[in-house]
Write a new protein. Structure first.
Ligand SMILES: [Mg+2]
Length: 246
C-alpha cells in the first residue's frame, strides 16, 4: 500500500526515450535540430565558433543544450522550443513503421505499462508519437517541462524520480528503460532501474551535441556495465522476453 492508502499498480513500467530511439538517427532529424540550435545561439549574439563550442559543452555537461542555455543565458525555453523543435518538418523525416507498432502491440499490458520519457517538450514528443502512429500505444508521457524555470532533464537523477512519481511507481527495479544516450541509461541504472537497454546504432554518422560523430562498435557502448546493448528495437523481444505476449 502506498502512503495515500491506494495500492500500487503491480505491473512493470517500460520507459521509451523518443528521439533517435523510436526512429533511427539516420533520419537526420538530429542534424536539422542541431542547425536550428546553432542558429539560436548565434541569434543571441554569440559568434559562430563560440556557438559550436557552447552547444557541445552544454549538451555534454547537461544532456541537453537548452538546459545550459536556460541556466547561463537569459532565454525563454518556450521560445527556444518554438524556434528549434517547433519548426522541424518531422513529416518529411519519419513515417509510421508497422513493424514498430507491432512491437508495441505485442507487449503484454497485463504485465507492463508503456510510457515515454523524453528530454523534449510535450509538443515535439506528441508530434513524433502521432506521426509514428504510436499515440494510443503510450499510456503516459513524461516530458521536459520547459515552463518550469529550473526544469530537470535526463540524465539528472531528479528527472527519473519525477518520472516514477508521475507513473506512481515506488520500486525502481520495476522500471525498464531504453535510450540512445549511454549517459541517460547509466544514470537510470545507477538509480536502480531494473532493466536498462542502450539503443546503439552502429556505423551511422549521427549528430551529438551539435557535432557529427560516427557511431562505432566500441567499448563505450555500455555493454560492460550490466546494460544490454541493441541496434534494432526488435531485439527487445530477446532482452525483455518476459514482457512480450508473442
Ligand atoms: Mg534520444
Amino acid at each position: 500500500m502506498s502512503v495515500d492508502g491506494t495500492s500500487e499498480d503491480p505491473r512493470k513500467v517500460v520507459w521509451f526515450d523518443i528521439d533517435n530511439t523510436l526512429y533511427s538517427a539516420s533520419t537526420k532529424i538530429s542534424q536539422a535540430m542541431g542547425q536550428r540550435i546553432h542558429a539560436y545561439f548565434v541569434s543571441l549574439g554569440i559568434g559562430e565558433d563560440e556557438a559550436s563550442e557552447l552547444h557541445h559543452r552544454y549538451y555534454t555537461q547537461y544532456g541537453l543544450a537548452l538546459r545550459g542555455l536556460a541556466r547561463h543565458h537569459d532565454i525563454d525555453p518556450l521560445d527556444f522550443d518554438r524556434k528549434c523543435d517547433g519548426t522541424l518538418p518531422l513529416e518529411e523525416y519519419i513515417k509510421p513503421d508497422p513493424k514498430l507498432r507491432k512491437l508495441f502491440e505485442d507487449m503484454d499490458r497485463t504485465k507492463v505499462r508503456v510510457w515515454a520519457l523524453t528530454n523534449a517538450y510535450k509538443h515535439h514528443a506528441n508530434r513524433v508519437l502521432k506521426i509514428l502512429n504510436l499515440t494510443d500505444q503510450i499510456e503516459g508521457l513524461v516530458y521536459c517541462d520547459y515552463e518550469e524555470p529550473n526544469f530537470t532533464c535526463k540524465p539528472e537523477a531528479e528527472s527519473y524520480r519525477n518520472a516514477m512519481k508521475m507513473a506512481k511507481i515506488t520500486d525502481p527495479s520495476k522500471c525498464f528503460f531504453i535510450d540512445d544516450s549511454k549517459l541517460n541509461v547509466i544514470a537510470a541504472k545507477e538509480l536502480g532501474w531494473g532493466r536498462c537497454v542502450h539503443f546503439h546504432e552502429v556505423g551511422l554518422d549521427a549528430m551529438e551535441g551539435g557535432r557529427m560523430k560516427k557511431l562505432e562498435v566500441d567499448g563505450d557502448s555500455g555493454a560492460d556495465q550490466g546494460i544490454a546493448v541493441i541496434n534494432d528495437l526488435e531485439e527487445l523481444r530477446v532482452v525483455w522476453p518476459e514482457i512480450f505476449s508473442v
